[in-house]
Design a protein around this ligand. Structure first.
Ligand SMILES: *Cc1c(COP(=O)(O)O)cnc(C)c1O
Length: 232
């Protein structure tokens, strides 16, 4: 087994163990492999080990990687690409043309551009509203109290499909503190669904805090370094 395949197995074990403890089905949590800064070869290894969904932060880097991989891989097994980094207005076209998901919607204007630029032959772009759950001042994401309004406005756009919310809290000092923040995200998610949003994706949890995120209700963990290694 390659190191990447081995690491993927370890993550699946962590997910399964945490789900078991939390009384959740292991199928209720999906894994996004965050391949930012790693080359197409690393993605090929993960894909060969059964990983289908990949997350990228830097648009230009991602588009080059996707282009390098598409002839080789798309013919056999589909891959799914998630944009999990901030998007400037001048990058929306690249995102709309190359990605399947965007998890970082925090402004209506960016969502509008993505909808206008989504290629007609592609499925609607699947999106999450990024929410700033812990008030980090330099961070992207809408305030929790604004998330429902933004989600409603985005759901009106013809070429976008709102699937859920995503958050990236600051690293917490311990498990209990991490759960406290993630549980607030879960409560917001439930509240938005009570308001009729029909969301199925709560994207939270990374290499170091996926247990707390899953315990609190995450349906999608985004794991980079624990799969591909430390980033340089
Ligand atoms: C880099 C990144 C991750 C993965 O972080 P790791 O700690 O390497 O698992 C997840 N989500 C986002 C938004 C990221 O930028």
């Amino acid at each position: 087994m390659t190191m990447i395949a081995d690491n993927l197995q370890r993550i699946h074990d962590r997910i399964a163990k945490t789900c078991d403890k939390a009384g959740r089905s292991p199928n209720s949590v999906a894994l996004l492999a965050v391949s930012k800064t790693f080359g197409a070869d690393a993605v090929v290894q993960a894909h060969a080990a059964g990983q289908m969904a990949f997350g990228e932060n830097y648009i230009q880097e991602a588009v080059e990687k996707i282009a390098a991989l598409s002839p080789r891989l798309l013919a056999h097994l589909p891959m799914q690409w998630h944009c999990i980094g901030p998007i400037q207005s001048n990058k929306t076209r690249l995102v709309a043309e190359h990605f399947d998901w965007v998890q970082t919607i925090d402004r209506l204007k960016i969502a509008q551009r993505l909808s206008e630029q989504r290629l007609p032959h592609l499925a609607p772009l699947q999106v999450c509203i990024q929410v700033n759950m812990d008030g980090g001042p330099t961070k992207s994401g809408v305030a929790p109290e604004d998330a429902l309004e933004l989600a409603r406005a985005v759901s009106e756009l013809p070429r976008l499909c709102v699937r859920g919310i995503m958050c990236i809290p600051e690293p917490a000092p311990d498990f209990v503190a991490a759960c406290a923040v993630f549980s607030r995200a879960r409560a917001l998610f439930d509240q938005m669904n009570s308001a009729g949003m029909g969301l199925d994706t709560l994207s939270m949890g990374m290499s170091n805090d996926l247990e707390a995120a899953i315990t609190s209700g995450s349906t999608l963990v985004r794991v980079g370094s624990a799969i591909f290694g430390e980033r340089g």
